[in-house]
Design a protein around this ligand. Sequence first.
Ligand code: NDP
Length: 340
Amino acid sequence: NKQVLLGDYVNGFPKETDMFLSTKTIQLKVPEGSRAVLVKNLYLSCDPYMRNRMTKPDGEPSIGDSFKPGSTITGYGVAKVLDSGDPDFKTGDLVWGITGWEEYSLIDTKHESLFKIHHTDIPLSFYTGILGMPGMTAYAGFYEVCSPKRGENVLISAASGGVGQLVGQFAKLMGCYVVGSAGSKEKVDLLKNKLGFDEAFNYKEEHDLDAALKRYFPRGIDIYFENVGGKMLDAVLLNMRPHGRIAACGMISQYNLPQPEGVHNLFCLITNRIRMQGFVVFDYFHLYPRFLEFVLPNIRQGKIVYVEDKAVGLESAPAALAGLFSGRNVGKQVVVVARG
Ligand code: NDP
């Protein structure tokens, strides 16, 4: 069983060499009497929160426990059941949920949630993205946290990524004016030409983010879907309309810094009566059936598209994960482990 393990705890930007490959012989059977499920992993998801789990625990609140050095990385994935001690799963079932970064995983369904895949007319890898955790994040963050209204002005940062590209498309379905920021010309073109955003800009080429936002939002921003934090957040605060909403989903620009950057313009929250709300997708998983009802027809009718960046082979996973922090991924970063 080929596996990806964490080397030591990570400081600063994660590197491919912070993880290493190893091989272990395993039984391809669930141990007698165990209620676990043995799966063959097909697709693995690279998600920014996994970086936070590589940090040495320091008592600060975090999302998920830290991985232990020398242990297998875990994260969301899509897999096929090979053997099952849990009556809810049978051999041949396709599932998504938390699995290991390895070819085969023994999953304890008491501790990790595993969801059965019922809709197989959609690409299976989509269950790491639009039909998985990032999709739920976009759905809950936009509809539950942003309180959107038809025609509002919406800005999304890290807009071409796994979450951002969906928020933009959801907002377009509501008739909003939608602008995305992203880190390359290729991503800007993708947002405007494939994902239906009204406008997009490369934040790395804007020396004055405040001026850029005034250019795209002469009448101000009603909704900011925050994925990056730092300088972008500071500039956005100067451009929010009265009673605007900021959904604080992530702050990826801060994850690798020894000290978070200061945000200077928070007083604007008061003067403009802005609601800024952080949220964690795990609190919204009960909405998953409703989300599927909404999103599946939209995918089938081509009203929502989903851009993936597929790295092939388990050995490509460490570089793919590290690449999230330099913007190497164009679309949702997936690792293809096996195709069935
Ligand atoms: P993405 O697919 O968007 O990948 C990360 C992207 O972030 C990169 O491609 C890069 O795009 C951008 N980025 C990296 N470093 C920086 C930086 N220093 N400044 C600005 N942008 C940067 O990831 P996801 O869509 O999966 O996640 C987006 C955000 O949502 C993250 O902050 C993540 O932590 C958060 N999240 C929160 C959840 C919750 O429950 N609250 C759940 C899931 C995700 P570019 O080239 O445009 O810079």
